[in-house]
Write a protein that binds this ligand. Structure first.
Ligand SMILES: *Cc1c(COP(=O)(O)O)cnc(C)c1O
Length: 551
């Protein structure tokens, strides 16, 4: 066999040599080289246009260094083994923290041979419920639990229990669920001042809402404009669901830097990045990292000029933004369908809408766009099949829970919760401004307040000291920063005052002793930032995902 392979290889080589010797081939080779060079130059020039010459060069250098390091490492077995051992060590330490099984603790590795009685299951549920030692009611958590009140939870649970067996895939069996879903969409459309042509879908969460919008614009551009290499131009601060959409749907993501002072996406660079493959622009209101609202009207004008989609990611602020004015706060401009050029908006009912986790709404300005979100197949032996979004079967109970929360709070309830949450956020914002050594990122106008430490104080060291005080805040990177997304729980009690005090103490502690804060956050993010080989970070992160299903 090897000889046969060798002879085939020889023959192929000979053919290639002969082909190369043909007159004209040299010309062709030059032409191909010219095309490759041209494509490289175009791409490089675009990077310079979008990122500016300095950043483009730095990023090119970083990317080349990364490839070089990975290549070199993989060629030197000793180096590769060293890296692999280190990754395994890190993953093991993650597992140790996450997978804590007490000696003698019952673990269900396989189905119990004999099923448990109802009381026994309830007892077990109680045991699992008591796991963990984070007191989320104390309000020291950024986001995660947006309301948490017992009465609201009881109401949602009641809604669940009435609709436990339902599935919106079968509207003829569960007409009540169909109606509730339609009403959830309608209520959110009204909140966002949609025109009569407006429409939407309930999805499983913000990520799915964003994925659906990208898919709709991709298929629409392919159908109507023959775009086969679609691109989307979005702020670098937009939610990672857009990275996911790139990975799932093959729509190239063009990240545009933010203005370092305002935290908003740099509009000039957005304009430069648009080309005939661009299917959509997007902006956040507000974004997850810094709670900053992009200049939606300006982005929408650009999108309109080019005849492309404009998505507003209102996932986070979905149930704050529409009530800001009535709560006594304001944005400098509208971010909803009143803004001409806005063609879709995503809103998470399961955040400040206080619905149970697993629901969000994606809205479109006209039905034509939503059509491209749908999936329909007419030839399946299982029947003519259609579903509006990614899932097939869906939990009707979640729709009932969402509907119950929305009609329970109503406009008055959401205005009141918006007022409380905003007062807390603005108190934190004002307090952070006064702490020497700490600065805000941009001018946050909604519920997320993001800040960083000024040199020589290390932001991640501050994060470590705060986590030692039982704070569960979000740690950010590029640039290093910390944020808190205020919720009803932050507004209860005096969490805001506590945070400001702990933050001030952290800063003065580090001033006295620069080593004071060095802990897990500084170790993880500080080290991660200094590792040029990003595949190592990705591998450790995959280990984290693996740990989720370890017992
Ligand atoms: C939460 C969030 C999303 C979606 O996240 P899910 O976890 O899928 O609900 C999208 N955009 C922003 C700005 C968000 O904060």
């Amino acid at each position: 066999m090897p000889e046969a392979v060798a002879s085939v290889a020889d023959r192929l080589t000979a053919v290639v040599h002969r082909a190369n010797a043909q007159p004209g081939v040299a010309g062709l080779k030059n032409l191909i080289f010219a095309v490759v060079l041209y494509r490289f130059a175009v791409r490089a020039w675009r990077q310079v246009l979008i990122k500016g010459p300095v950043r483009a060069v730095v990023e090119f250098y970083k990317a080349s260094l990364q490839s070089l390091i990975v290549l070199t490492r993989k060629r030197i077995p000793a180096a590769n083994n060293l890296v692999k051992t280190e990754i395994a060590k890190q993953v093991l330490s993650i597992e140790k923290k996450m997978v804590k099984i007490q000696p003698g603790e019952k673990v269900y590795r396989a189905l119990p041979v004999q099923g448990l009685s109802d009381p026994a299951v309830r007892k077990e549920l109680q045991r699992y419920q008591n796991m963990g030692d984070v007191d989320w009611r104390a309000g020291k958590i950024s986001g995660a639990i947006y309301h948490g009140g017992d009465a609201v939870s009881a109401l949602i649970t009641d809604a669940f229990s009435r609709f436990t067996v339902t599935n919106p895939l079968h509207p003829e069996i569960f007409p009540g669920i169909r109606k509730m879903e339609a009403e959830v969409v309608s209520m959110v459309l009204r909140m966002y001042n949609a025109p009569d042509t407006g429409c939407g879908s309930v999805t499983s969460g913000g990520t799915e809402s964003l994925l659906m919008a990208v898919k709709a614009y991709r298929d629409m551009a392919r159908d109507q404009r023959d775009v086969t290499e679609p691109e989307m131009v979005v702020p670098v601060t937009i939610h990672a669901a857009f990275d996911k959409a790139e990975s799932y749907f093959g729509v190239k993501l063009i990240h545009i830097p933010m203005d370092p002072t305002t935290g908003k996406v740099d509009l000039t660079k957005v304009a430069r990045a648009i080309n005939r493959n661009t299917i959509m622009l997007a902006g956040s209101a507000p974004n997850f990292p810094h709670g900053i609202v992009d200049d939606i009207p300006a982005l929408a004008r650009l999108a309109q000029k080019h005849g492309i989609g404009m998505h507003v990611d209102c996932c986070l602020g979905g149930f704050l933004v529409p009530f800001l004015e009535k709560a006594g706060f304001a944005l400098p401009h509208a971010v909803d369908f009143r803004v001409e050029g806005v063609t879709s908006i995503s809103v998470d009912t399961h955040k400040y809408g206080f619905a149970p986790k697993g629901s969000s709404v994606v809205m479109y300005v006209r039905k034509e766009i939503r059509d491209y979100q749908y999936f329909v197949t007419t030839e399946w032996p299982g029947g003519i099949y259609a579903s509006p979004s990614i899932a097939g079967s869906r939990p009707g109970a979640l729709i009932a829970g969402c509907w119950a929360a929305m009609v329970h709070f109503g406009e008055s309830g959401y205005v009141a919760s918006t007022r409380e949450i905003m007062q807390t956020a603005m108190k934190i914002k004002a307090g952070v401004k006064k702490i020497a050594g700490i600065e805000l990122i941009g001018d946050p106008l909604i519920s997320v307040v993001s800040f960083r430490a000024l040199a020589p104080i290390n932001t991640y060291a501050v994060a470590d000291l705060l986590s030692r005080k039982d704070w569960h805040l979000n740690v950010l990177q590029n640039p290093p920063a910390i944020h808190i997304a205020c919720t009803m729980l932050t507004s209860n009690g005096n969490a805001a005052d506590e945070l400001l005090r702990d933050l001030e103490n952290a800063v003065s502690e580090i001033r006295k002793d620069p080593e004071a804060g060095k802990g897990a956050v500084a170790a993880i993010y500080g080290t991660a930032a200094s590792v040029p080989d990003r595949t190592i970070i990705a591998d450790v992160t995959r280990g984290f995902l693996d740990a989720l299903t370890k017992i």
